[in-house]
Design a protein around this ligand. Structure first.
Ligand SMILES: [Zn+2]
Length: 76
């Protein structure tokens, strides 16, 4: 049985969320971003949306973390 393209896509989604969940701390390259463009974590290689990344940074800061550790220059 061969994988259909939707099966393959689903496998990619599952692999990506496993990477995201398994990451100790996401870290992103500080570079200009386009709306809708996914960001790739430099630690785990997982991809997340800008919205999720913003929420992640907000949560990290709420827990007492430094946003600049995730995205250099975030609080500039
Ligand atoms: Zn990560």
């Amino acid at each position: 049985m061969s994988l259909t393209s939707s099966d393959a896509l689903w496998e990619q989604v599952k692999a990506n969320s496993a990477r995201i969940r398994g990451c100790k701390r996401h870290r992103f390259e500080a570079k200009p971003v386009k709306l809708g463009q996914k960001q790739t974590c430099l630690e785990c290689g997982g991809q997340i949306s800008l919205t999720d990344m913003g929420n992640y940074i907000a949560g990290f800061v709420a827990a007492g973390g430094d946003a600049n550790a995730i995205w250099p220059g975030w609080t500039k």
